[in-house]
Design a protein around this ligand. Structure first.
Ligand SMILES: [Mg+2]
Length: 251
């Protein structure tokens, strides 16, 4: 069952998640973890060395500090938990987790990041139509990622993890960050579209009452995205700018 995709320029605004929607950020995170643990394991003489399997077994999908604790535990290394406010130099679970952010910034600087071409094509179409856009990301690195990708100037509103924390906004799947970004753009959620690749993000936009919630399936699965509240699911945003016969989504 397929249906033609709606025209995003008919909405008052389109709000985009960043990681996995505009940029393939997961790879940068993987590289940052590897660089950080390679350094730490060498310094501390921890064996066996960090390997790719460690990422999937202990880090992927986990909260940062939980991931650090479980990976260290797998090597029989115990350090105090510490506190999220610990500096990146602190040898605590939180300090080591915060250290990973420094490596993330370094990997971004050294390797850069290239936005998904299909997403850039959609941004171009929206810009040509004068449709306002915003970023709604849970990441505290959103500005660095957008800068590295060379597209930060395209977004008049960037709702990121820094602003959410400052303004005490509940994180996704609560609707707060999407609703607040719409307010900052001066648009009504019901007349706007939201684009997300994570279940929590889709649920956030759906709870915010957005007129259209687009799920981008980067591996979570179309059924799961629809169950979370996506009105339609595409494998990539290039679906929106493809020639008419290909402009279809599974519905
Ligand atoms: Mg995402």
């Amino acid at each position: 069952m397929t249906a033609e995709l709606p025209d995003l320029t008919t909405y008052d605004a389109v709000l985009f998640d960043l990681d996995g929607v505009i940029t393939p950020t997961a790879e940068v995170h993987m590289d940052a973890w590897r660089a950080m643990f390679d350094t730490l394991f060498t310094e501390w003489d921890i064996t066996p060395p960090y390997g790719e399997a460690d990422y999937f077994e202990y880090l992927d999908g986990k909260k940062r500090y939980d991931g650090v604790a479980s990976l260290l535990r797998s090597r029989d290394v115990e350090v105090p938990w510490g506190d999220p406010s610990d500096p990146p130099t602190a040898d605590t679970v939180c300090g080591i987790g915060n250290r990973k952010n420094e490596f993330f910034a370094r990997v971004l600087r050294e390797e850069g990041i290239v936005a998904y071409p299909g997403s850039i094509a959609v941004l171009d179409v929206l810009a040509a139509a004068g449709t306002p856009i915003a970023i709604v990301s849970s990441s505290k690195n959103a500005r660095e990622v957008l800068t590295s990708a060379g597209i930060i100037d395209r977004f008049p509103v960037i709702m990121d993890g820094v602003i959410a924390e400052r303004d005490h906004l509940a994180s996704k799947p609560a609707p707060d960050v999407f609703v607040e970004a719409a307010r900052m753009l001066g648009v009504a959620p019901a007349r706007s579209a939201a684009v997300e690749d994570a279940l929590s993000g889709v649920a956030s936009a759906a709870a915010g009452g957005f007129g259209l919630v687009v799920g981008v399936d980067r591996g979570v699965g179309a059924d799961a995205l629809r169950e979370a509240g996506a009105d339609l699911v595409v494998p990539d945003l290039s679906a929106f700018t493809a020639p008419a016969p290909e402009r279809e989504a599974s519905a």
